[in-house]
Design a protein around this ligand. Structure first.
Ligand SMILES: *[C@@H]1O[C@H](CO)[C@@H](O)[C@H](O)[C@H]1NC(C)=O
Ligand SMILES: *[C@@H]1O[C@H](CO)[C@@H](O)[C@H](O)[C@H]1NC(C)=O
Ligand SMILES: *[C@@H]1O[C@H](CO)[C@@H](O)[C@H](O)[C@H]1NC(C)=O
Ligand SMILES: *[C@@H]1O[C@H](CO)[C@@H](O)[C@H](O)[C@H]1NC(C)=O
Ligand SMILES: *[C@@H]1O[C@H](CO)[C@@H](O)[C@H](O)[C@H]1NC(C)=O
Ligand SMILES: *[C@@H]1O[C@H](CO)[C@@H](O)[C@H](O)[C@H]1NC(C)=O
Ligand SMILES: *[C@@H]1O[C@H](CO)[C@@H](O)[C@H](O)[C@H]1NC(C)=O
Ligand SMILES: *[C@@H]1O[C@H](CO)[C@@H](O)[C@H](O)[C@H]1NC(C)=O
Ligand SMILES: *[C@@H]1O[C@H](CO)[C@@H](O)[C@H](O)[C@H]1NC(C)=O
Ligand SMILES: *[C@@H]1O[C@H](CO)[C@@H](O)[C@H](O)[C@H]1NC(C)=O
Length: 882
């Protein structure tokens, strides 16, 4: 009941975005901020300091922060900055260091999808040297083009990616410092620009006959292709008086071409003169592909049809087309080459009307000869890079390819695909354990990790690397014994292994030291209530927590009571259960005061019959060492034959649900009820996000909360939010035991829809619950909304999604805010909440990503007019008439 969640349709939103695009057109509307991202757009203003929405086209640009590690933000010279009104042209990122610097784009569509990728450049004398640099651009492992123009230009490619990530790299060729102004990616949903091999590089894209504007792009073009206005003097301009037919049964639909682009055209002066265009390619061996767009926009009254033949370079390509009124036709040429490319469009004898041309795209085929490194190796080496925080200039882009950019310390074999065969990270300040990702480098022959501060045991899996013949781990702080399998290979002389200088490493077999360690672990489980054992136990439990927490931890261990409370003590600190501060189906919560004077909340629970004493105790011990400013600390517990009590830090302002529904009475004054302001709500979301991030990413192993909901978000006297009851749902009966008897954990309304099919709760289930909490903060409504008489109920998403899809944010906002909120940040919050509650776990982001989004609260607006901006492709000698 009430637990079904409407599937949130991705494509629905995408098509919705189109609807909006047409309705609101140039109007500034933050709805785009979240719709655009869903639509497969990535728009990066390189070098920008904050995100913004570009006026005129409503494209939301973000900074390049999450796409690249290297480079410097720079500003265009103030002397020329006014020359281009486009916000993204005004700053850039430059790369004085490193031979290759790469942006990593992660489009949702993944591999084997076609993407339009556009890189923009404007030197604008940003470095005051008045010297335009020249450098190369790579798309993944292949050369794309050379950039060497001082004007504002862009390069565009239609690219089918082989991998999930796409990297755009700037390569220093010794002719000046590479830089980039903007990088845009658009996901194309079908194969209209897909080649068998290679990629289409745009040379020009013309909207013929357009004269009132300089160009047309998004939102008129759904893929944000930029159609530049083009008029040829000797031809006659035509303008449609009726709407172009864009229905499913013609080419405009298939190629997603806007009526705006097609409604203007040019024709030759009379039926006997052809339309002729020609140009001289800078590289004569390049293969060209031309996309022609035609539609009859003149109502012909003489009963004849316009019919013409397109031919390129002496019939390398030839095709005859006849047009029906308002029905678009797209013709794509086969690849053509020559030192001069010329095409003509000539009327056939039975046409009687001059030829016409509405729009045209000119592409050359870019070869993609290089094969990227095997993806397993790429993933493994990137994991290694992340785990050891390796920051080296060359460690960007593909690890092996092209071969002169192989990462420093790596050697590769260049088969198909290339693989990593040697890794040398000696004297590189590596800390922590030897990571298991190393064992995924399946062709590895040579591994040198000497002279670092590696700790822990040597993993057995290293012996499983079939090709490993050299292993140097000397000069580290490794412990434990050497895995038998490695010793055996060293004895066999199939492995040259060096382990000297690891003082605590036990070389003998069997290893005596190791046995001793095991003995220490046993009393920990038994948990004898002696102070020393607990302290030792806490240290042994370090795997549960981060290294740097040890100091804090042992301090806490000294301060706090480390054995279970007796029932009598619980009774005493609560003044014989004198003051009830909360009540639920599970039992009551009492106010208490510890001997130290600390005010606490004591929660009495019904005892779960399924849970054994030891498991309970182990879990409670574990939770007592988890500390974070946004988690309600468990200070102690009591577990005797009849009673279970949990002793928590006291949170003066109750739970978030009470505040949102207005039932919380301010304790001392009690008379007036404060409404949480919008900014306070955002702060609460950030607080809760931080707490959850700590559970998921700060604790090892991660802790899954399993019951994220507004009644578990508590507020202290300063309204700082903390998450309560984490990790407990496994150990204790849930509060709502009575009415979710079939569920092991979770609360209706907050339950991950995937859980019902898989039965698994994981991090992403918590993210789902977090999303529902966000929706409650935005709307003030509970997760399950009930009718007044209680007879019917509705999930918050069921109610909200149809309204938001209409773009009506105002109607869902909490009325108690009385309109006092920033519309942009409200949309942003809505966007985040939507992403958290996507139907499948895989679609939901990690909490640390969500947290970053939440924190990035300010969304500024750009100034300047889009219409006045000049845009230019790299090549200047566009096709001319003869
Ligand atoms: C890639 O996509 C194309 C067309 O969409 C399909 O024919 C082909 O099989 C796909 N290739 C792979 C490796 O998935
Ligand atoms: C073409 O026609 C449309 C509407 O019919 C009009 O808005 C537009 O200004 C015209 N353009 C030209 C170049 O005449
Ligand atoms: C493009 O057109 C195809 C039909 O050919 C359609 O399925 C798709 O949704 C369109 N894409 C966009 C972004 O409108
Ligand atoms: C057609 O136009 C061309 C050039 O515009 C001109 O030279 C020619 O005389 C015209 N022919 C007719 C039949 O009008
Ligand atoms: C069209 O007419 C011209 C002269 O009138 C003639 O030379 C040509 O062969 C005709 N073409 C076709 C395809 O009939
Ligand atoms: C990398 O190698 C290619 C040819 O293999 C060469 O053209 C290019 O200049 C080299 N780049 C650098 C930076 O050495
Ligand atoms: C890679 O190969 C080169 C040339 O064979 C050699 O000089 C270098 O030491 C090797 N590097 C590693 C990490 O194996
Ligand atoms: C292993 O590394 C250490 C320190 O870098 C070095 O001194 C030693 O010679 C290396 N051992 C072998 C067998 O190469
Ligand atoms: C090993 O650890 C000890 C203390 O834990 C430290 O003093 C020593 O410098 C470390 N040795 C190396 C090689 O890192
Ligand atoms: C192990 O490697 C080192 C350095 O490459 C070399 O000097 C030594 O002879 C090798 N030892 C064996 C037993 O192959």
């Amino acid at each position: 009941m009430g637990r079904s969640t409407p599937a949130f349709s991705f494509s629905l939103l995408a098509s919705l975005a189109l609807g909006f695009a047409l309705v609101v057109q140039a109007q500034q509307n933050p709805v785009f901020f979240f719709l655009l991202n869903l639509q497969g757009f990535i728009s990066i203003d390189c070098g920008a300091t904050n995100a913004y929405i570009e006026e005129g086209n409503n494209i939301a640009y973000e900074t390049d922060e999450r796409f690249i590690d290297s480079g410097k933000n720079m500003q265009i010279s103030t002397e020329v900055i006014y020359q281009n009104a486009l916000q993204l042209s005004k700053n850039l990122r430059s790369f004085p260091n490193g031979a290759r610097n790469c942006y990593t784009l992660r489009p949702g569509g993944g591999s084997n999808n076609t993407y339009l990728i556009r890189a923009s450049f404007w030197y604008g004398n940003y470095d005051g040297k008045n010297q335009t640099p020249s450098f190369n651009l790579y798309i993944d492992v292949n050369y794309w083009t050379t950039v060497s123009n001082g004007k504002y230009i862009y390069e565009e490619i239609m690219y089918v990616s082989q991998t999930n990530d796409i990297q755009v790299c700037l390569v220093n060729t010794g002719n000046g410092v590479p830089f980039i102004s903007a990088l845009e990616l658009r996901t194309l949903d079908d194969d209209i620009y897909r080649l068998g091999s290679g990629a289409l590089q745009l040379n020009w894209r013309h909207d013929i006959g357009l004269s009132l504007k300089k160009f047309i792009r998004y939102p008129f073009d759904v893929y944000d292709r930029i159609w530049e206005a083009k008029n040829y003097n000797f031809w006659f301009i035509l303008n449609a008086t009726s709407a172009i037919d864009l229905s499913e049964n013609n080419d405009a639909y298939k190629y997603n071409i806007s009526g705006q682009v097609l409604q203007t055209a040019q024709r030759s002066m009379n039926a006997s003169s052809p339309m002729h265009l020609e140009w001289t390619p800078s590289i004569s061996t390049k293969k060209w592909i031309v996309y022609f767009y035609f539609v009859e926009i003149v109502r012909l009254t003489d009963g004849l049809q316009r019919e013409f033949t397109i031919s390129i370079n002496d019939n390398q390509f030839k095709k005859t087309v006849s047009l029906e009124y308002l029905k678009p036709v797209v013709v794509i040429s086969t690849p053509v080459t020559g030192s001069l490319i010329s095409f003509s469009i000539e009327s056939t004898n039975n046409s009687g009307h001059p030829p016409i041309l509405n729009a045209v795209e000119y592409y050359t085929i870019g070869d993609l000869p290089n094969v990227p490194t095997a993806q397993d190796d790429v993933k493994a080496i990137n994991d290694i890079k992340a785990m050891y925080c390796i920051k080296r200039e060359s460690w960007q882009g593909d690890p092996c390819v092209p071969s002169n950019f192989t990462w420093e310390g790596l050697n590769c074999s260049y088969g198909n695909p290339p693989k990593i065969i040697s890794l040398k990270l000696s004297s590189s300040n590596l800390m922590g354990n030897i990571v298991s990702s190393l064992s995924h480098l399946s062709r590895l022959e040579y591994l040198d990790l000497s002279n670092n501060q590696l700790t822990g045991a040597i993993p057995e899996i290293l012996a499983k690397l079939p090709h490993l013949r050299f292993l140097n781990l000397s000069g580290n702080n490794l412990t434990g014994s050497v895995p038998k399998a490695l010793n055996k290979r060293a004895m066999d002389k199939t492995l040259n292994m060096s382990l000297t200088g690891n003082v605590a490493l036990c070389l003998a077999d069997p290893c005596l030291q190791r046995k001793k360690k095991r003995d220490i672990l046993i009393p920990l489980v038994a948990s004898v209530s002696s102070f020393f054992v607990i302290l030792f136990g806490a240290l042994a439990l370090v795997w549960l927590s981060k290294w740097r927490r040890i100091a804090e931890l042992s301090k806490r261990t000294l301060r706090l009571k480390n054995r279970p409370f007796k029932y009598g003590e619980v009774s005493r600190i609560t003044g014989n259960f004198g003051r009830v501060i909360g009540e639920g189906g599970f039992g009551k919560v009492y106010l208490g005061t510890l001997d130290s004077g600390t005010v606490v909340a004591v929660k009495m629970l019904s005892k779960s019959s399924k849970q054994g004493y030891k498991e309970f105790q182990a879990e409670a011990q574990l939770l007592m060492i988890v500390h974070h400013g946004n988690l309600v600390s468990l200070l102690g517990y009591c577990d005797d034959s009849k009673h279970v009590a949990l002793i928590y830090e006291y949170m003066a302002n109750g739970n978030l649900r009470q505040h949102l529904s207005g039932v919380f009475k301010m304790q001392p004054t009690g008379d007036h009820l404060k409404v949480l302001t919008w900014s306070k709500r955002l702060q609460i979301a950030v607080d809760a996000g931080q707490g959850l991030d700590y559970l998921h990413n700060g604790c090892k192993p991660p802790i899954i909360h399993r019951d994220m909901k507004t009644t578990n978000i508590l507020l202290n006297e300063n309204f700082q939010a903390k998450i309560a009851d984490f990790g407990l749902s496994r150990a204790f009966a849930t509060e709502n035991d009575s009415y979710v008897s079939t569920c092991p954990a979770g609360t209706p309304g907050y339950l991950d829809p995937e859980f019902q099919s898989s039965g698994h709760l994981n991090k992403k289930s918590d993210v789902y619950g977090f999303g529902i909490i966000l929706f409650e903060l935005i709307t003030g409504r509970p997760a399950i909304m009930r009718s007044r008489d209680g007879s019917t109920s509705m999930h918050i998403l069921e109610w909200l999604i149809p309204i938001v899809e209409r773009g009506d944010l105002q109607s869902v906002m909490d009325p108690r805010l009385q309109g006092e909120f920033d519309i942009n940040s409200a949309w942003k919050a809505m966007e985040i909440a939507m992403s958290c509650t996507r139907p499948t776990a895989i679609q939901r982001p990690d909490i640390n990503h969500i947290l970053a989004e939440l924190k990035e609260s300010s969304v500024s607006k750009s100034s300047g007019s889009f219409e006045m901006t000049s845009l230019e492709l790299h090549s200047d000698n566009a096709p001319v008439t003869r």
